[in-house]
Ligand binder design. Structure first.
Ligand code: XMP
Length: 520
């Protein structure tokens, strides 16, 4: 295992993900973590992340010098690199020229960090301080026009520092540099793989659960589906999945979930589908305020789950789809503060009679959850499903939700996704790479607006559908995707022809901020 010590930078989870992409397991810990805890874990390597501070300032995050004397290889990134020098006798100062963005860099290919990296390459810089002098035993192994020490090393003590960010995609050789550190310098074997993860988790779940009963609220999203599949493989019929169809899912989705996990599917579990569509529509009748809608949808879910779990009686375990970013963001792991506003199944534990929680996915990133899903035999369409909000179409229908409006938005959304997927597949087949406009999230929404149109010789007065597609990395900021106009035209024609009640289609160009990804 490699340990990532978090100094509060924005890319910290990305560092951990890249390390795992090198098939090396790693975990993130705050810089406040006691050194004895780190020593006990006996990691093969330590990575210090970036952070927003200046290491020479009073009260800036720091670490004991002993960390560098354990004989464990250490790699500092950005702030981490500066801090290493600051502690080990070098000097860090405010730079005259602040480097930000893609920067040309020359690296010393004799350095173990830069094995197989071209001598001249590009890196992503983001710093206002720089290393003006190195501590004893260190030498510079990379430089840019404005930064004489873009990387340092003390090979004898196996201490390394990189001023730029190898973890971001803008540093094209970055993953190779991290690979060089964890696999070559630290000597990690690289045997962290999803098949072995699935196998060990199955054993662990069996050991923990014994012959106990486990209850899971299955939403049909990626995480809860992978969790269901994993538990199903481990304990089969000891698992009961409750799937609440709130009538706000995408077209056919309820039946797809039932097809996979229900009696006709491949898993030998208890599957309870609650068809609560009418119940939800009744609760939502006349409600237009977005937050009130969210609240009603969330509360109704808890009521239904409570009723179902009463029927089942007491269970031994409640399964939860906690994943690693939740663990880090809740402050148990790392340092960087992320404000999390959406919880799909918030508050469930209070309403169910159970003894313990099982969270077998809590050490995985979302992309690893997907890989585990494929290992478990889940279909690709499910595993690579785009994000879908807990309140579902309830927040993609502006204003009051009705069964009729749900039908309209479901049908329009289905056509839109089908055409985008088709165009994306055609692009890939022709060019061998993913289309540059391929969105991370794309869907139709129903505006609450009706307008006049003409169809045949008839005047119409129908709804306007809005289609949206965004490109985003973190879903905190996003840009409208540049879907080819021909594709949008096909979408518009098909929606108007095939979806009764729609006579206009808008394409949403708004970025986030100022817009949000969803409409409500
Ligand atoms: P916004 O609309 O906030 O969306 O820009 C950012 C991401 O979060 C999803 N989203 C939600 N997910 N419950 C959820 O589980 C919600 O209430 C909710 N609202 C937005 C949205 O789909 C996007 O991926």
């Amino acid at each position: 295992m490699v340990i990532v010590i978090d100094f509060g930078g924005q890319y910290n989870q990305l560092v951990a993900r890249r390390v795992r992409e090198c098939n090396v397991y790693c975990e993130i810990y705050s810089y406040k973590t006691d050194i004895n805890v780190i020593k006990e874990m006996n990691p093969k390597g330590i990575i210090l992340t970036g952070g927003p501070n200046s290491c020479y300032e009073e009260g800036a995050p720091t670490y004991q010098k002993e960390l560098f004397e354990l004989g464990i290889p250490v790699l500092g990134l950005c702030y981490g690199a500066q801090l290493m020098q600051h502690i080990l006798g070098g000097k860090v100062e405010r730079a005259d020229v602040q480097e930000y963005g893609k920067t040309e860099i020359k690296v010393d290919t004799n350095s173990p960090l830069f094995k197989d990296v071209p001598a001249e390459t590009t890196c992503w810089m983001s710093h206002f301080d720089y290393i003006s002098a190195m501590g004893p035993g260190f030498k510079s192994v990379a430089h840019t026009k404005d930064c004489p020490v873009a990387a340092t090393e003390n090979t004898e003590k196996r201490l390394y520092g990189i001023q730029f960010h190898p973890e971001v995609l803008h540093t094209p050789e970055g993953t190779k540099m991290l690979y060089n550190f964890v696999r070559n310098v630290c000597g990690c074997a690289g045997d962290w793989r999803m098949d072995s993860f699935v196998e060990t988790q199955i054993q662990e779940i069996r050991a923990k659960v014994g012959d106990g009963k486990v209850l899971l609220a299955l939403s049909g999203g990626v995480v809860s589906s992978v969790l269901a599949a994993l538990l199903a493989k481990a304990i089969g019929p000891q698992l009961t999945c409750v799937f609440v169809d709130h009538g706000l899912m995408r077209k056919n989705e309820g039946d797809e979930v039932e097809g996979i996990f229900g009696p006709e599917g491949n898993f030998d579990i208890n599957f309870i589908r609650v068809n609560a569509q009418e119940r939800y529509y009744a609760k939502l009748a006349g409600v237009t305020d977005p937050e009130t809608k969210r609240k009603i949808i969330g509360e109704e879910f808890i009521r239904i789950f409570e009723e179902e779990s009463k029927k089942i009686g007491s269970v031994d375990f409640l399964a939860q789809g906690t994943i690693y970013p939740d663990v880090v963001e809740s402050g148990l792991g790392g340092e960087s503060a992320v404000i999390k506003s959406h919880h799909n199944v918030g508050g469930l534990p209070d309403y169910v009679d159970f003894k313990e929680i099982v969270e077998p996915l809590r050490n995985l990133f979302k992309d690893e959850v997907r890989k585990a899903g494929l290992e478990l035999g889940l279909p690709e369409f499910l595993v690579y499903r785009q994000p879908f909000p807990g309140p579902g179409l309830g927040i993609r229908i502006i204003g009051e939700v009705t069964g009729e409006k749900v039908r309209i938005v479901q049908d329009a959304d289905y056509i839109y996704r089908e055409e985008v997927d088709k165009a994306a597949a055609a692009y890939k087949a022709e060019h061998g790479v993913e289309a540059p406009w391929m969105p991370n999230q794309y869907f139709a929404a129903l505006t609450n607006m009706r307008s006049v149109g003409v169809m045949g010789d008839e005047r119409t007065y129908d709804y306007a559908v809005a289609v949206r597609a965004v490109r985003t990395i973190d879903f905190m900021t996003a840009e409208a995707a540049d879907i080819p106009f021909e594709v949008l035209q096909v979408v518009m024609n098909r929606i108007i022809k095939e979806v009764r009640g729609v006579n206009r289609v808008f394409y949403d160009l708004t970025s986030k901020p100022p817009g949000t990804i969803e409409f409500e």
